[in-house]
Design a protein around this ligand. Structure first.
Ligand code: 0RA
Length: 388
């Protein structure tokens, strides 16, 4: 919102709503970002980067640059479409200003394909803006460069055309407010890990991350998406086969799974919903496990590795030495539990189970030597269980 300096103009109902929104966020930041400690601070960064990830998921962006300046300012830049800057006739403001100043404008103006609620992600750029001493957004659209500056969530300038440019994109620079967060201490290793994960989960996007405090930098790009993730998790182990990669949409759920067995006995399965690591699992994980047990039993029977009189393998038998990633994208995620780290949506279990059952059966049918190695591994686990 640009504050009206014109004596004849008045505050509109919209202006008041914007101000009270910003005030609400600043008064109780924990309600929006979890805490004002290190975790909350880092959520500001994830939120802005996630907006660019979302533009990449929509198919319009393939490069994201993140940098931390010596003074702790963060700049996140993408080559997406650029947030629209033209003024709406009805409201007199642009989508840009609405995104930056209105709580939950994400769905309405953000063009988000997937809502990432659950408390921590998806709160929107307006929350980051409200909790930043200064925030500058620069938009490249139609050959022009536009700029708007905010202080603690309030627009200090209108959206101004400041030059010409090539290409399109959105650049956000923000300095978290020390009044809210105390001393600003960005954790480089933590951010590297998170960006690596985001990059695996968003196939084909490149993330370049630079820390000008130390001159550290890293670039991530994983053509194979979560299949590359499985390979990475197995990098120090002997594997039984190349990662199996499954990707299909069913009933409004985007399902992506990769799995690769190693010679070890530990189970290492990661579950994500809308790029959020659901550490306590949930319906997507349940669906994956059910499909795996079923398909491996069917395969064992059809390969005659399990005889008529043999009992079925149990779920545990199919998960020794398993590295797997399940990632779903859904429009209305329900995150449950104390830490909101469990996916609730019951329909997702069936969606994941269907996709994995169909596609994994197909894969194993077409790759009989992989199928045999995997089934043998599971039979070994079952025998060890019987012996114990
Ligand atoms: C809504 C519409 C359009 C772009 C975006 C949102 C957008 C938002 C963000 C946030 C970070 N990076 C972004 N990039 C794009 C464009 C609609 C159009 O041009 O047709």
């Amino acid at each position: 919102m640009k504050l009206n300096t014109n004596a004849s103009s008045e505050y509109t109902a919209e202006d008041i709503e914007v101000l009270s929104g910003i005030e609400a966020v600043r008064r109780r930041p924990g309600m929006y970002i979890g805490s004002t400690g290190p975790a909350g601070l880092h959520h500001l960064m994830y939120e802005i980067v996630y907006n660019s990830i979302d533009e990449a998921l929509a198919g319009f962006c393939n490069k994201i640059d993140v940098s931390i300046a010596k003074d702790n300012r963060v700049t996140v830049s993408d080559n997406g479409r650029g947030i629209p800057v033209e003024e709406h006739q009805a409201t007199g403001t642009s989508a840009l200003e609405a995104v930056m100043t209105t709580l939950h404008a994400g769905g309405k103006f953000g063009g988000r394909s997937y809502k990432v609620s659950g408390g921590l992600h998806g709160v929107g750029a307006s929350v980051v803006n409200a909790l930043s001493e200064e925030c500058i957004v620069e938009i490249k659209r139609d050959g022009k460069l536009y700029r708007q500056v905010y202080n603690r969530g309030i627009a200090k300038t209108a959206v101004k055309e400041v030059g010409q440019c090539e290409g399109t994109g959105t650049t956000t620079t923000f300095l978290p407010d020390e009044k809210i967060f105390g001393e600003i201490k960005w954790d480089y290793p933590l951010l590297v890990q998170r960006f690596r994960e985001m990059c695996y989960l968003t196939k084909g996007v490149e993330i370049h991350f630079e820390d000008k405090r130390t001159d550290d930098e890293v670039t991530f790009f994983f053509e194979g998406g979560i299949a590359s993730f499985a390979k990475f998790l197995n990098k120090d182990r002997k594997v039984l086969h190349e990662p199996i990669y499954i990707s299909k949409q069913v009933g409004g759920t985007d399902v992506e799974v990769s799995l690769q067995y190693n010679e070890g006995f530990a189970e290492h399965v990661l579950a994500f919903a809308n790029c959020i690591n659901t550490e306590d699992g949930g319906s997507h994980l349940t669906g994956l496990r059910a499909a795996l047990t079923r398909v491996i039993n069917d395969t064992a029977r059809s390969l005659k590795l399990l005889k008529e009189d043999d009992a079925n393998l149990i779920g545990d038998d199919t998960r020794e030495g398993l590295v797997a990633i399940v990632s779903v994208k859904i429009s209305e995620p329900q995150f449950e539990g104390q830490t909101k780290a469990k996916l609730g949506n019951p329909e997702v279990k069936g969606h994941v189970e269907t996709v994995v059952s169909d596609e994994l059966a197909l894969y194993l049918n077409e790759h009989p030597s992989d199928a045999k190695r995997i089934v043998d591994k599971c039979l070994t686990s079952a025998r060890a269980r019987d012996a114990a």
